[in-house]
Design a protein around this ligand. Sequence first.
Ligand code: AVJ
Length: 321
Amino acid sequence: AHLLPVTDAQPPHQVIDGDFARELLAGLARRPRSIAPKFFYDREGSALFDRICELPEYYPTRTELALMKAQADEMAECIGPDAEIVEFGAGSSRKIRVLLGALQRPRRFVPIDISAEHLHVAADALRADHPGLDVRPIAADFTRPFDLPAPHAASRRRVGFFPGSSIGNFGPDEALGFLRRTAVLLRGGGLLIGVDLVKDPALLHAAYNDTAGVTAAFNLNLLARANRELGANFDLAQFAHYAPYRPAEQRIEMHLVSRRAQQVRLCGHVFEFAEGDTLHTENSHKFSVAGFRALAEQAGYTPRAVWVDPQRLFSVHWLAL
Ligand code: AVJ
């Protein structure tokens, strides 16, 4: 598909693709150039992200998973029996398995993910392992409004699960907006959410600048995806992965930096890059425990339990409603 139509009268899975053309065109035209990180997650990008999670430098996945395994019983107690779990950005489902193993009679699992294929593979595997569980995957962009199925008849409360510190992709205002919207969806239940912590900048830098170059490949895959899906002609060798930690903003930024003056064609448009021009592809905000609890409270949640690993790398919060 070279020139994708971008009308709204398309089936939902294609609307997501149409968004990529429209948002990349707009992102390359604005200054500074930027694009939302959700566009990383095509099939290749989701597979690259799974490899990032295995990297020795990328501590969040390993740390959160260990924290969940160690504290699963306490987490399950906060959530209570007969819950319906809604996971935002479900990916490959390793963390929900730990939670499902500890929960009393989980009734339904609703994984929401932008990467439809990844989502359905994981949902099928989960169905096979939890025959009693009503698994209802939704292929959707959870940063936009979406519909949930009517509450499960036998479930007592709806609880959100948002692991991995994906909340960090939002800016402060967007994070507050997202938390406020989920508080409406999850009324009477709560949210179990993983949040990466502010720490030694050297550790943060290493986590997004791995020596094997997987994070660089993940970042550059955005351009490869534009070539594959939109017929763009980005020369990947002429863009560099750049991921500094910005202490003042408490965030990692990811950019693609043009290695030289060049022109790129996309959907009949020509975009000029000078040497050193960047396309900003991601922010990954880090939080203090107290700062995150204050944000959650502002959004209408009651922060209750919080679990932190011994090295204070990562936190998991139970926010009641
Ligand atoms: C999926 C948003 C939590 O910010 O750490 C990993 C994405 N980007 N390496 C993160 C990511 C580069 C990740 N989140």
